[in-house]
Design a protein around this ligand. Structure first.
Ligand code: SF4
Length: 260
């Protein structure tokens, strides 16, 4: 337990520091999805709050969109015992969506959730909203966007809501799911699965399988991919916004690098 907690805190601390995610006086609302990742993130933020040289407060909330496979109450019980201010919000438009458009995709679902999340965070007096996307989510998102949408992008570790009233942070950017799983098991944190996690035949599932196959021989693949996301070379890509089409560079780039 001590080892896995140290790893979790080190990686969350690194993300918070590198991307200046949390600042003096912040009120951070943690979006608890019912899964192991957001619960581990909440625990990490509570532990770091005690050690941090700055003052910030933490609260938590869950949006009920009608997709939980079991009642969510055990999470409320657990968080009450931990002394965490947590609230559950039933989003009726999302629940109606399931009836009216049962085959709706993630775009619509996440748009409904975002609207609910902002409304809830405003009610909680928060200026920061923390989401539990992990290192796995960042890597999968990079591959999904590159292979299926023709964009080289993943997820923002830090961003602002359109009205600039919320800072949106993803403190688990460097934390793999192996860590959140081990941590939540060690702490016996209750987890309530979402129906979507059981879906098969999805693009996400294919990408997960691809990573799992490659990681048998290359266990640090995701760490390398995360490093790559922080070390881009735009002049070696095809986006003309980042290419010098007019002037000769001072130093000629290596035009014909060795092909592996
Ligand atoms: S995976 Fe399920 S819960 Fe998540 S955005 Fe898609 S439809 Fe919504």
């Amino acid at each position: 337990m001590v080892g896995i907690e140290k790893t979790l805190l080190r990686k969350v601390g690194e993300a918070i520091e590198r991307f200046r995610m949390v600042r003096e006086g912040d009120r951070v609302a943690v979006a608890v999805s019912g899964g192991k990742d957001s619960m581990a993130m909440l625990e990490a933020l509570l532990l770091l709050q005690k050690r941090a040289p700055i003052n910030f407060s933490v609260c938590a909330f869950t949006v009920e969109q009608g997709k939980f496979l079991r009642p969510i109450e055990p999470i409320g019980e657990y968080l009450k015992q931990r002394g965490v201010a947590w609230s559950l919000h039933r989003d009726n438009p999302s629940i109606r969506l399931i009836d009216e458009q049962p085959d709706h995709g993630c775009d619509l679902c996440s748009r409904y959730r975002r609207r609910a999340v902002y409304q809830i965070a405003r009610g909680l007096g928060a200026n920061v909203i923390a989401f539990g996307h992990t290192a796995d989510d960042f890597c999968e998102s990079l591959l999904r966007n590159a292979l299926f949408t023709g964009r080289l992008s993943a997820l923002p570790p830090i961003a602002w809501s359109r009205q600039k009233d919320f800072r949106l942070i993803r403190p688990l950017v460097f934390v793999p799911e192996t860590v959140t799983r081990a941590y939540s098991e060690a702490r016996k944190i209750p987890v309530i699965p979402c129906g979507c996690s059981q879906k098969t035949g999805t693009v996400r599932g294919s990408i997960r399988n691809l990573f799992a196959d490659l990681e048998v021989e290359h266990p640090h693949l995701k760490e390398t991919l995360l490093s790559a996301m922080g070390n881009i070379e735009p002049s070696r890509l095809l986006d003309t916004r980042y290419l010098n089409l007019e002037e000769a560079p001072e130093r000629e780039p290596e035009l014909f690098p060795m092909l592996a």
